[in-house]
Design a binder for this molecule. Structure first.
Ligand code: IMP
Ligand code: MG
Length: 187
């Protein structure tokens, strides 16, 4: 890191507050409860970024469901997609014939979810849908879009509520924009 000033001092401004996050997660949880009632879906947490969103969202889902975890990485410590998606931890469960809801923190280039949906579709689930907390459509590099999203965000590097820069800031309770002097990327 170039110039760390303190956990909160490193943030330029809050983009989505704790209250806004809470309200939106409730809304999405209610929509998913309607859509998946009686279907016993499997919620897939894409670690580590979606950890808070995932745990808040499944608690707003008001019917039977199961959960599983998947870990992929693509970023190294920079802010640009490397184009390589690596699976660090695969699902424990079989998803064949099951309804799968992938829960992601942010869709940026879309390369990660493009790769993950391709891999999971090969296992013949009954359905796959994508829920992302944040969507950054300005940077999409493939034809994939979320089925549900919380907030559209501008082309800024955001952290907090699970999202990191070089593994830091995941513990912030809100989503904020990181100061340029911290990540050192000039636009
Ligand atoms: P994609 O494959 O380019 O869509 O990127 C997906 C992954 O990149 C996300 O799950 C995040 O882990 C990471 N990512 C993309 N944009 C940001 C950002 O603004 N802040 C933090 N992580 C990000
Ligand atoms: Mg992620």
């Amino acid at each position: 890191m170039i110039n760390k000033m303190g956990l909160h001092e490193d943030i330029a401004y809050v983009l989505v507050s704790e209250e806004e996050l809470k309200k939106k997660v409730k809304e999405i949880g209610a929509l998913l409860t309607e859509e998946y009632r009686g279907k016993n879906p499997i919620f897939v947490c894409v670690m580590k970024g979606s950890v808070h969103f995932f745990s808040d969202l499944v608690r707003e889902f008001d019917d039977y469901c199961e959960i599983d975890f998947l870990s992929s990485s693509s970023y190294g410590d920079g802010t640009e997609h490397t184009g390589i998606v690596r699976i660090n931890k695969d699902l424990d469960m079989s998803i064949t014939g099951r309804h799968v809801i992938i829960v992601e923190d942010i869709m940026d280039s879309g390369l990660t979810l493009n790769h993950l949906t391709g891999m999971l579709n090969a296992r013949k689930p009954a359905s796959i849908k994508i829920v992302t907390l944040l969507d950054k459509p300005a940077r999409r590099r493939c034809a994939i879009n979320p089925d549900y999203y919380g907030f559209v965000v501008p082309d800024e590097f955001v952290v907090g509520y699970g999202l990191d820069y070089a593994q830091a800031y995941r513990n912030l309770p809100f989503v904020g924009v990181l100061k340029e002097e911290v990540h050192g990327i000039k636009k």
